[in-house]
Each structure stands twice: as C-alpha cells, then as structure tokens.
Design a binder for this molecule. Structure first.
Ligand SMILES: [Zn+2]
Length: 459
C-alpha cells in the first residue's frame, strides 16, 4: 500500500475543489457537481483514495441500470435513522469525478472526513473505475437491463467489469437474485441474495413477457416459474440445474396500490411489515435491496421500517387515476434530487409514456438550470413517447435530447391542455401515462382535470 497521508499536493487539490464548488454555487450555475472533483483529480490523482479511506466503517455502493438513486436514498435514510453519520452523493453525481466532488465537499479544509459510512450511487459503467481507487466494502446491484440497442453486447462487458470490481475488492455483494443478469455476476466470494416472492396471480405467467437471459453455466436460455417484470423473476436454466439461488432477504405479502404499496420484509427467520409510499413493483425491489444492505450492516428491522417510511414521506406522494380508460400517474418535480428519483421510478417500468410540463413562474423557481442537474438519462431507455409542455417546453425538449432521447420520439406542445389530451389519445389502455409537472403546471393541470371530472386529492 502506498503512502496515504495527505501531502501538499492533496491539500492544494482539496482547496481547489472546495473553491471551485464555492464559485459555482455563487454563480448559481448548473451542471456543477463534477467540476470540483475533476480539477482536484488533475492536481492530486490519489485524492479520492485518500479521502474515502478515512470512513470509519467503509464504503457502500449501489449500482445497476435502474433504481440506484431510490435504493441509495432509502439506504441513506435507514442508516441515518440507525444513527450513523454518512456522506452520500445524493445529487446523482454518480461518476468518479462527481463522487470525488462529494468527498471534497464533506471533508474539512484540513482534509479530514468524520463519517461512519460513505454511501455512493454509482453509474454501472463507472463502478469498475471506482473499484480501482476505492475499497468497496459493500456493492449492491439492483438490476442490469439490456437495452434494445445493445448490439455490441455492452451489457455483458459492463457485467464482467462489475464482477471483476467486486471480486478484486473482496466486496460483500448484495445481488438481485431475481435478475439472472445480476444473480450470475459472481460465482465465489461473499454474497447475499435478495428478491421477491409473488403470490399466485401476481406473477406474469406468459413466457413471452420475460426478456431473454442466458445461463452463465451452459449458455442456454433462462426460463421462468414466475415473472415479476422484464427479466426479473423466479428463473431457472432450460438445460442444466442452474437456477435462482435461495433468497437471504425477500419481500412477500405484496399489496400494490396505485401510488404506494405494502409488503413484508423477510430477513432469515425474522420479518417486518413495511409501508412504502412509492408506486410499483420496481420500488418494492428498491426497498428490498436497501433493506438487505442495511440488514447486512447489522441494522435492526424496526429501524429499516422507520428509515423506509421516512424516505418515502419525503419523496412525496404521487397521484394516480384512470382517465378515458388510460392509467395516469402524476408526480410533481421541483428540484434535481426529487426529479432524479421520480425519473428512476418512471424508467424502471416499460409500457410508459411521459408528459413533462415545465413552467418558470415564481412558484416554480425562475431558474430552470436545475433541469440540467436532474438525471433524465434513464428515460432514453423507454420505448414509449414523450410530450413536453409548459412555458419552458423547448428547454425540456433540449434537455431530453441531451439525455439521449431520440428527438423524433419527443413532441413539443406548449399548451398543457392540448398536451394532456394528445398524450392520453396516444396512450393505450395497456400503458401508463406519467405526468411530471412543475408546481404551477400542476395547479393548471388540476383545473384541466377538474373539467374532465377528475379531482386530485391533496395537491
Ligand atoms: Zn444452464
């Protein structure tokens, strides 16, 4: 191990990073989260290692295609309720430079970090890079979705590199056993599995609903006893005996309501009933992943329940209703952190279309640069269409373009009423329309919906 004491170049790097962050803050500029880290790393390439090494109990990372922000957010809430002091890159700065920025921010001017855990949500492609610089004590992998454009087998490369990072770090791997792409990542070393146990009738039984996955043992196609959604479910190899491993942690007794749910969290012989004020099966996976990670760190079930409740109350409630036979969900977006969570939730599901409505009135905040700090990138994986509306519809269209959403999938309709009607018309009864409005767009939407006979509660 090389010398990990703070030397003058580290000190200079830290000062540069902190001053950059301060300047960006003063200027009120967006897209700020990576710059301090980038500058500091130029001056002192080992600064990330030196800072992260100071955490008392270690580094916990959450990676995967979808749900990492929500899972990390839930885990952060649980660990805080448990009384731990954390540093957490909650603004979605999930690349190596962003994580460096986050640690620089948490450090004193003298370069000291006084925390129990560092908790990082990490881009799945960045995890292998991070694993070279930081000892990753725990790695949670939520899921690995193959996008329909994965012609070059990028997912397989990513999966291989994540596995390498886990093995080389001797990390405790907390893996989604229901996802064959994740469950089969490593075959040795410390690992714990989580998943969900569906009741009869909750599982999708039709075989074609499952996305194709392959056995790591013999390369044959994976088949399912039951499918939760996409490639997630109780799987087994069609040829050999390879199958979903026994679940160390799992959700059962799942009751899905339109915008919230309840489930039983099982950890070994113990279990606890949990209320989750987040919609969808994908959020049950996120909560189970967070619970599994917390439990592996020795947190009591009562505390896990409390932490999950606290987080989802903060996240806010989404509104859900049916209109013209179409399922609609509305979630207010107003800041980068909240919008990032919402987008993660929206993107964890297929069969969704999205209407984003952005105003810049005083009540919305006049400065819409936060749109660039929120992570809209996961939306690029959705197959559905996008409608952008509101006074800043054009800005939103541009943001989606930079997030990788194909421009031909995005329609700009500044009038919110017309945007809503057009979105509903194009949504089928098998799809969900997600509406993401800023505050004054939501007020406008309330009036429009009232005319159509829908009354929103509590907004
Ligand atoms: Zn096999």
């Amino acid at each position: 191990v090389s010398d990990l004491t703070f030397d003058p170049s580290d000190q200079l790097a830290l000062l540069t990073g902190k001053c950059t962050a301060r300047t960006i803050q003063l200027l009120g500029a967006g897209m700020a989260s990576n710059l301090p880290g980038r500058f500091a790393r130029k001056i002192a390439p080992k600064i990330l290692t030196k800072l992260s090494n100071q955490t008392k109990l270690g580094v916990v990372t959450v990676t995967g295609t979808n749900g990492k922000s929500t899972t990390a957010g839930l885990l952060s809430s649980i660990l805080k309720v448990a009384g731990f002091k954390l540093v957490h890159n909650r603004q979605g700065a999930n690349l190596v430079t962003g994580i460096t920025s986050c640690l620089i921010d948490a450090a004193s001017w003298g370069g000291h970090i006084e925390v129990d855990y560092a908790l990082f949500e990490v881009d799945e492609a960045a995890l292998p890079v991070l694993a070279q610089e930081i000892v990753l004590n725990t790695v949670v992998v939520t899921n690995l979705f193959r996008d329909q454009l994965d012609r070059f087998g990028e997912l397989d490369t990513t999966a291989r590199l994540i596995a390498k990072g886990i093995v080389e770090n001797r990390s405790m791997a907390i893996l989604n056993a229901d996802d064959p792409n994740v469950s089969q990542l490593i075959s040795e070393g410390p690992r714990l599995s989580f998943g969900i146990q569906l009741d009869e009738g909750q599982a999708e039984t039709e075989k074609q609903l499952a996305e194709l996955s392959y056995c790591a043992n013999c390369g044959s196609e994976i088949v399912y006893k039951s499918v939760a959604y996409s490639q997630l479910g109780d799987w087994q190899c069609s040829k050999c005996s390879h199958a979903r491993p026994p679940l160390d942690f799992y959700a059962s007794e799942i009751d899905l309501l339109p915008s919230s749910s309840s489930f039983r969290f099982n950890a070994g012989l113990n279990s606890i009933d949990i209320e989750l004020r987040l919609p969808g099966l994908f959020n049950i996976y996120n909560a189970t992943a967070a619970g599994a990670a917390a439990s592996s760190l020795g947190v009591a079930l009562e505390t896990i329940k409390e932490g999950i409740k606290e987080y989802s109350t903060l996240f806010g409630r989404s509104e859900s209703f049916d209109l013209f036979g179409k399922h609609v969900l509305i979630q207010l977006i107003k800041n980068p952190a909240g919008a990032t969570q919402t987008i993660a939730a929206v993107s964890s599901n297929q069969n969704v279309n999205v209407l984003v409505a952005i105003n810049d009135n005083l009540a919305d905040g006049r400065d819409i640069s936060w749109l660039w700090d929120a992570e809209f990138e996961p939306l690029s994986q959705l197959k559905g269409f996008f409608v952008v509306s509101g006074q800043r519809a054009q800005d939103m269209a541009l943001r989606l373009k930079y997030a990788g959403v194909a421009p031909e999938k995005v329609e700009t309709i500044p009038s919110l009423e017309r945007a809503l009607l057009e979105s509903l018309k194009r949504t089928t009864s098998a799809e969900t329309l997600w509406i993401l409005p800023t505050y004054t767009c939501l007020l406008q939407l309330q009036k429009i919906l009232q005319k159509l006979g829908v009354k929103l509660s509590g907004t």
